[in-house]
Ligand binder design. Structure first.
Ligand code: ADP
Ligand code: MG
Ligand code: ZN
Length: 627
């Protein structure tokens, strides 16, 4: 079953508006108008009668020819003038006087040219026009920076930690919001008492842990737990995620760490919480393609900060990770995160408690049995259960119901487990019939094998990539399985394959996963669990996790070719025996199998009671639940 483990519940960053809402943006308006006005002015200046740039030598020639009518001399080096050519056409010109020409003035006077003098560049317009481009550029840059900062673009606030701070805002989170987790709560209670009354502890000379590391799978409620500690103690809570430290600029992470701890010190007593510590805290120098300077700097800064203060100051550092194995050992040394608290996956009772907490927020129909939902969700994390409740509410809302019913819960469960039920998927009739036979084969075996889990339901509604499925319902969570259970499980795996063969004398590719699962279990029976008599109670091969090659588990072969052959033989023996068992049961109940497949075709989904009915079995006697 592909379980989607989405743990991307990034906290939303509150975005600060540039201007308080409701207040019109006068500044931007003014700026825009001013820019437009200046732009137009600029345009008009250039739009005046075209001025000819004239070489001084040409000017002298024209002067000889008596074509110059008037000149305006600026500072003895620029001439603005009016010329009339032979055709009688007049135009303005401009020329630079390149050298001290003492004959110019007498020359002009000889030819009766009108002469005016002026001081260059001192006109208001000239100054303005020279400045305008600069004003525009600087204004634009300034405006952009202001804008980006306001919207929260991080690049303009490099070194600030941007830690989020939770105050008592009425609905603070406490331990009551965290279901189960008795052990973790118990361990964290000490931190809470300390934060509530530091003097009491310091007077006794008790050593208080500086850093506590919450360890657990994604979605088990680590973040929730950290907030609950702050809520219980009623102190400030600074929250940052490890990935926030790792930015694109070298040195930013380190300065953010510094800033975060400064903030913490200033508002003690408080909790500084670093979520996803592994993002910064990975073992140094063990990454791909050499070290990651930025991350190492950040990590070093974190270590320095942790050493630099005392828990007596009233600051406790919490961190969370789901990969404690990859953390740099320096982080786990005494005086740093020397206390680890395990936040475990919920068991059946805890799942029910989590369901209860989250279901309290939605209207429930009478028929809701949360204990049953809890039983049907083995392996789900707290986050997935919270998601399930949310999905159930959505299903109910989509159908205009007033309250969430059991059917909504079931559908939400299937959706969370297997992805959306694609009822619209087009499947050919033959495919559908073969799927029905296949799933009926799995389902039927559940009722005729002694150690199998009871069937929960069987369906031919496509889920994710599977065309159908038969789900069992374990009586209770178990962490170890008996040999009988595993053997029956393998037989059930062959149910689909055997049924297809029985009815169609051929099998489909839909059996691939079943066969893989069966083979894998048989191999583990032989190699890991010592369950094959001829091989003895010995394990073969070692699992190892290569340090540099990610998480793939490689099997290290520590046995001879001869043994390998015997292992293969033992595996094959188990599998062949299982196929025979499956085929025998199905052949002897071919009629019931056909009925079941027909019912599936008609109704698509059958639950335990319905299947019992079709098979002519008595309804299940409720087993008393005792654990
Ligand atoms: P983690 O940080 O371990 O990945 P979170 O704290 O983000 O998990 O959990 C996500 C959500 O799942 C929480 O906000 C909460 O709604 C729900 N949840 C997880 N564990 C519990 C629990 N024990 N009790 C109640 N709700 C839980
Ligand atoms: Mg988290
Ligand atoms: Zn199957």
């Amino acid at each position: 079953m592909p379980l989607d483990q989405n743990d991307n519940q990034k906290p939303n960053r509150p975005q600060k508006p540039i201007y308080p809402p409701g207040k019109p943006n006068y500044f931007a308006l003014f700026f825009f108008l001013a820019m437009t006005a200046l732009f137009i002015a600029f345009f008009f200046r250039n739009d005046q009668a075209p001025i000819e740039e004239m070489a001084y030598s040409d000017f002298l020639v024209y002067l000889e020819r008596n074509e110059i009518l008037e000149v305006k001399i600026y500072d003895n080096n620029v001439i603005d003038g009016l010329r009339r050519n032979i055709g009688g056409e007049q135009n303005r010109f401009k020329t630079l006087i390149p050298y001290e020409d003492s004959s110019l003035i007498p020359n002009l006077r000889d030819r009766d040219v009108k002469i005016t003098g002026a001081v260059a560049g001192m006109t208001f317009w000239r100054i303005l026009l020279d400045i305008i481009p600069w004003v525009l550029i600087i204004g634009f840059i300034w405006f952009m920076m202001r804008n980006m900062q306001g919207v929260g673009s991080r690049n303009f606030q490099f070194g600030k930690s941007r830690a989020k701070r939770y105050h008592d805002d009425g609905k603070k989170i406490t331990f009551a919001d965290v279901a189960g987790q008795i052990d973790a709560k118990y361990e964290l209670q000490e931190v809470v008492s300390f934060l509530k009354n530091p003097q009491k502890f310091t007077k006794m000379g008790a050593r208080i842990p500086k850093g506590v590391l919450l360890v657990g799978m994604p979605g088990t409620g680590k973040t929730l737990m950290a907030k609950a500690v702050a809520g219980e103690a009623g102190v400030n809570f600074f929250h940052m995620s490890g990935s926030d430290f790792v930015e694109m600029f070298v040195g930013v992470g380190a300065s953010r760490v510094r800033d975060l701890f400064d903030q913490g010190r200033r508002s003690a007593p408080c909790i500084v919480f670093i979520d996803e510590l592994d993002a910064v805290g990975r073992t140094r120098g063990a990454g791909y393609g050499g070290g990651h300077d930025e991350r190492e700097q950040t990590l070093n800064q974190l270590l320095v900060e942790m050493d630099g203060f005392d828990s007596k100051d009233g600051v406790i550092i919490l961190a969370a990770t789901n990969r404690p194995d990859v953390l740099d050992p320096a982080l786990l040394r005494p005086g740093r995160f020397d206390r680890q608290v395990v936040v475990a996956m919920p068991d059946i009772k805890e799942r029910e408690a989590i369901l209860t907490i989250h279901a309290a927020k939605i209207p429930l129909a009478e028929n809701i049995d949360l204990a049953r939902v809890a039983r049907a969700t083995p392996g789900m994390s707290g986050a997935e259960i919270a998601n399930l409740i949310n999905e159930a509410a959505l299903f109910a809302a989509r159908r205009d119901k007033k309250a969430v019913e059991m059917s909504d819960m079931e559908e939400a469960r299937d959706k969370v487990i297997m992805g959306v039920a694609r009822k619209t998927l087009v499947v050919s009739d033959k495919e559908r019939r073969m799927t029905a036979v296949h799933e009926a084969g799995h389902a039927l075996l559940h009722y005729f094998l002694k150690n199998a889990d009871p069937l929960h339901k069987v369906t031919i509604v496509p889920h994710g990539r599977a065309l159908g499925m038969a789900m069992s319902l374990p009586e209770e969570d178990s962490y170890s399985r008996t040999r009988g259970w595993i053997e029956d499980r393998i037989v059930i795996c062959y149910g689909g394959w055997s049924a297809e063969k029985l009815f169609y004398d051929e099998t489909t590719t839909g059996t691939k996963q079943d066969l893989e699962q069966a083979t894998d279990m048989a191999r583990r029976m032989v190699c890991e669990w010592g369950m094959a008599e001829e091989m003895g109670p010995v394990t073969y091969g070692q699992e190892e996790e290569p340090i540099f090659l990610g998480k793939e588990i490689a099997r290290h072969k520590d046995y001879s070719e001869e043994t390998a052959k015997r292992i293969d033989g033992a595996v094959k023996k188990i599998l062949e025996k299982s196929v025979t068992t499956a085929q025998t049961i199905l052949e002897s109940r071919k009629k019931e199998l056909a009925d079941l497949a027909d019912a599936l075709l008609a109704r698509e989904t059958l639950v335990d009671e319905e299947v019992r009915n079709i098979l002519g079995l008595p309804p299940k006697l409720e087993k008393a639940e005792h654990r």
